[in-house]
Design a protein around this ligand. Structure first.
Ligand code: 26W
Length: 810
């Protein structure tokens, strides 16, 4: 984009108020004074849509008319959270809106709270996809999302008697304000039936018989760029009855069977579970997305130019869930456009790229051949042919073992990661260590075969959301100290380091943090009834509940602090804050939740503790809640078993808000340490080689540690000795897990080092100036994790995109 508009106030408060009044009048026949929050929200959303509709149309036209290459990010999850404030910000209206509403006696935050979170994702992977959408638009690339429009997003977590209960999240009930149904862009997706190959004028062509046809209807959501006139598209597909099939499904129950395809988001994170409906979902958005991309291409460039497809189209496979893209594009080219197999294969590889998000073996997708071939008979033939040619191509060049280990179809299963790697020109991990482990451990065979395909793209976050929106006072302090250029180029944030010795700035930082903590204290009081002291250390661990993320290690630390306080050993005041959702079928994770809640009850109500320690487990952690917790955090807990966390992204959000990190040298924590220096992070724990040595030698014997370290033993024993009321069986489950020989997550092995790191935390906390200085360094260096920069690297090193040039105003 040629113009970077640095005007932070694109319209005046007066004009804003006028537009709002006229919207309310037109849509609801009411004045501002009469309007409910819901109505004002709807009017604001409608104003925002007016604000970007021209940009959206112009971007679409510019992208296709100017022959720009477009990237399509295929992801089974997108987790944008709410969009009102981010759209206001990106349009340059946020400050005006706040001011105008304040003039009317209204609070933007209260009105924005009406919007339901668009929670079409589980955690890191979905949130990253949403961040990338914002960054693609904001950096001015033609990049669009392709996913599923789930009727129910990630379930709502409730605690009942300390146990997690799941409630449906009917986010569309209130009406989605941002989507546009584009019926005319619908396509049909076929499932099941039989396929006969028949000779049609010399080309073997599939004839489908008895299959179920589902109509895919796209709902488009604008992804508005930051101050640049660009609006890209997130396209989410809904399943409906095909018009020609109306008579086939006369009953509501029959219709539901089709429509249910897009009803629910699978709530599993890092755990593969080969269910038929999930396979249907995966094929549905893959096929619908690719069909519409190929149709578009032919409309713009003509069928005769399909050989140039990769010059104009990049398709990104976000984890293996869309890996069928490889086979589906082959199907469209070979069956649909009679392209020669070898040519289609070269085109496919050049078009596709793939990101791996985890090394956890249980997350690796493999589909049973029986299920797959029944649901997708033609696609199965194509996968088999890709596999056959892959193996034949390596015959005699590498050992039979390598072929066997890397092939796609084996032992009655289809290995989706193998399909994605073999069919892509680029494979990336999401942090330096993660990529290194892919190359040397998890995917080492493939790395030997295709070293040039592998590359790293360390994750990033939307600093706009996490600083400008969630922490406006910090944003203002940055403006005051370094000017507001950082809002347009995050590199500028490095200049904040110059204020390291500036007492006024350090004091401001402390005041901002305190005010954010006071706000969160109120939220905590309202949600849980627990009263916390804003002067205490706010110690935060927010992320999915998973054994490898080791909320359990934090729990042991809490128990140790509790025991110390009971014994009269003093510690600085601390509030330990958890936010974590467990997969509904993940028994251990749910036991951890129950124990943490029981410990919270115990600690928070024990008069001996005198409020020196509080434990708060906030229900239903999601993007909106994160926006309230993260700006108030002093300490960021990033304590996964080294090698297990691919990257992490809450680590980045927390540092950007000035929290100090206590971290194992895992995932992106390593890069945080590189950025801030070892004096500005609390690093501890086993390194990757020590972890792998334990695994290789089966030499981790936690019982020895437990028997030899009385402090550790005492904390662990609290789980079973009746200290914690109302969780005997769950306490026992954790106890047994910790002590199991060769326990995979090495919790007790890191306990002592963790306590030491926490001792240092306490020591630094006693020196508020030093704490503020470290905080300042962390804020300054969070620019390294700006998703805009990450996207620049994807665009130039993987997708080969150039920026869309157009006159934003015409
Ligand atoms: C098949 C079930 C399933 C579902 C989700 C398997 C795997 C997943 C994801 C890969 C899990 C995930 O979200 N991974 C996280 O991705 C983030 C973004 O790259 C990283 O920051 C996290 O470290 C990684 O755990």
């Amino acid at each position: 984009v040629s113009v970077s508009n640095k005007n932070l106030r694109e319209i005046s408060p007066e004009e804003f108020k006028e537009r709002l009044a006229s919207k309310l009048d037109r849509h609801f026949e009411e004045s501002v004074e009469e309007a409910s929050k819901e109505d004002i929200f709807a009017a604001l959303a409608s104003m925002v849509r007016d604000g970007y509709s021209g940009k959206w149309r112009r971007t679409r036209i510019a992208e296709s008319a100017n022959g720009h290459k477009q990237a399509y990010y295929f992801s089974i999850e997108f987790l944008p959270g709410t969009l009102l404030k981010s759209n206001l910000l990106n349009l340059g209206w946020l400050d005006t809106a706040k001011e105008a509403l304040a003039d009317l006696g209204l609070d933007l935050d209260e009105i924005a709270a009406v919007e339901p979170d668009m929670a079409l994702g589980n955690g890191g992977l979905g949130r990253l996809a949403a961040a990338f959408m914002d960054s693609l638009a904001s950096t001015g690339y033609a990049g669009n999302g392709n996913g599923l429009r789930y009727k129910y997003g990630l379930f709502k977590q409730k605690f009942v008697n300390g146990y997690q209960k799941e409630l449906p999240n009917d986010w569309l009930k209130q009406g989605d304000y941002w989507e546009v149904r584009r019926e005319s862009k619908s396509v049909l997706v076929k499932f099941g039936g039989r396929v006969n190959m028949v000779d049609d004028h010399g080309w073997m062509t599939p004839q489908y018989e008895g299959c179920t046809v589902v109509r895919a209807v796209p709902y488009d959501v604008a992804m508005v760029g930051y101050h640049n006139g660009v609006a890209n598209t997130l396209r989410l597909w809904d399943a409906e009855i095909a018009p020609e099939d109306e008579l086939k499904y006369p009953s509501i129950a029959d219709r539901r069977k089709i429509e249910d395809l897009t009803s629910i988001l699978y709530p599993d994170d890092s755990n593969y579970d080969g269910r038929l409906l999930r396979l249907k979902q995966e094929y549905f958005f893959v096929s619908a997305g690719l069909q519409s991309i190929v149709n578009n291409f032919i409309k713009d460039y003509g069928e005769e130019n399909l050989a140039d497809f990769p010059k104009y189209v990049a398709v990104h496979i976000n984890d293996t869930h869309p890996a069928m893209c490889v086979a589906e594009l082959m199907r469209l080219l070979v069956d649909g456009h009679r392209m020669d197999w070898d040519e289609a294969w070269e085109i496919t590889k050049e078009t596709m790229s793939y990101t791996n998000h985890t090394i956890m073996a249980e997350a690796m997708e493999k589909w049973d051949v029986g299920m797959f071939s029944q649901l997708l008979p033609r696609l199965f033939d194509i996968v088999k042919e890709i596999d056959r040619r892959y193996a034949a191509g390596l015959e005699g060049k590498v050992s039979g073992d390598v072929i066997e280990r890397t092939r796609i179809v084996k032992n009655g299963q289809i290995h989706m990661a193998h399909l994605a790697i073999i069919g892509s020109h680029s494979v990336n991990g999401v942090a330096a260590l993660h990529t290194q482990l892919l190359e040397t451990e998890v995917l080492s065979d493939f790395y030997q075969l295709y070293p040039d395909r592998f590359n790293n793209k360390t994750n990033g976050i939307t600093l706009r959301r996490w600083i400008q929106i969630a922490n406006p006072d910090l944003a203002k302090l940055l403006d005051k100290t370094i000017g507001n250029d950082w809002r347009f180029d995050s590199k500028e944030m490095l200049k904040f380091e110059k204020f390291y010795h500036d007492t006024a700035t350090l004091t401001s930082l402390q005041q901002i943090k305190l005010a954010n903590k006071q706000k969160l204290a109120k939220v905590i009081k309202d949600k849980t009834g627990v009263v916390v002291d804003p002067e205490a250390i706010f110690d935060v661990q927010v992320k999915r509940l998973h054994a490898y993320k080791r909320q359990t290690l934090k729990l042991l630390h809490v128990l140790k602090l509790y025991q110390d306080l009971k014994a009269g050993i003093d510690h600085p005041k601390r509030v330990v804050i958890f936010g974590a959702i467990a997969a509904p079928s993940y028994v251990f994770a749910k036991q951890v939740i129950k124990v943490i809640n029981a410990v919270a009850d115990l600690v928070n109500n024990d008069p001996d503790i005198k409020g020196k320690l509080k434990v708060v487990f906030l229900e239903n952690y999601n993007v909106s809640l994160a926006e309230q917790i993260i700006p108030a955090a002093d300490l960021s807990e990033q304590i996964s078993t080294t090698t297990k966390e691919a990257s992490g992204t809450s680590n980045m959000k927390l540092m950007a808000n000035g929290a100090l990190t206590v971290a194992t040298m895992d995932g992106a924590n390593i890069e945080i340490k590189d950025a801030v220096g070892s004096d500005n992070i609390f690093a501890f724990g086993l390194d990757k080689d020590e972890v792998y040595t334990y695994y290789a030698n089966h030499s981790y014997h936690p019982r020895d540690l437990y028997e030899s370290d009385p402090v550790l033993k005492k904390a662990v024993d609290a789980l079973i000795d009746g200290t914690i009321p109302n969780c005997a069986s769950e306490g026992r489950a954790l106890y047994d897990a910790f002590l199991k020989d060769n326990e995979e997550f090495l919790v007790l092995a890191d306990f002592e080092a963790y306590l030491k790191a926490q001792k240092l935390v306490e020591k630094v906390w006693q020196n508020p100036r030093q704490w503020a200085q470290m905080s300042l360094v962390n804020i300054a260096h969070s620019e390294r994790f700006d998703a805009d920069k990450t996207i620049e690297r994807y665009a130039s090193e993987i997708w080969n995109l150039d920026k869309v040039e157009f006159d934003a105003e015409k």
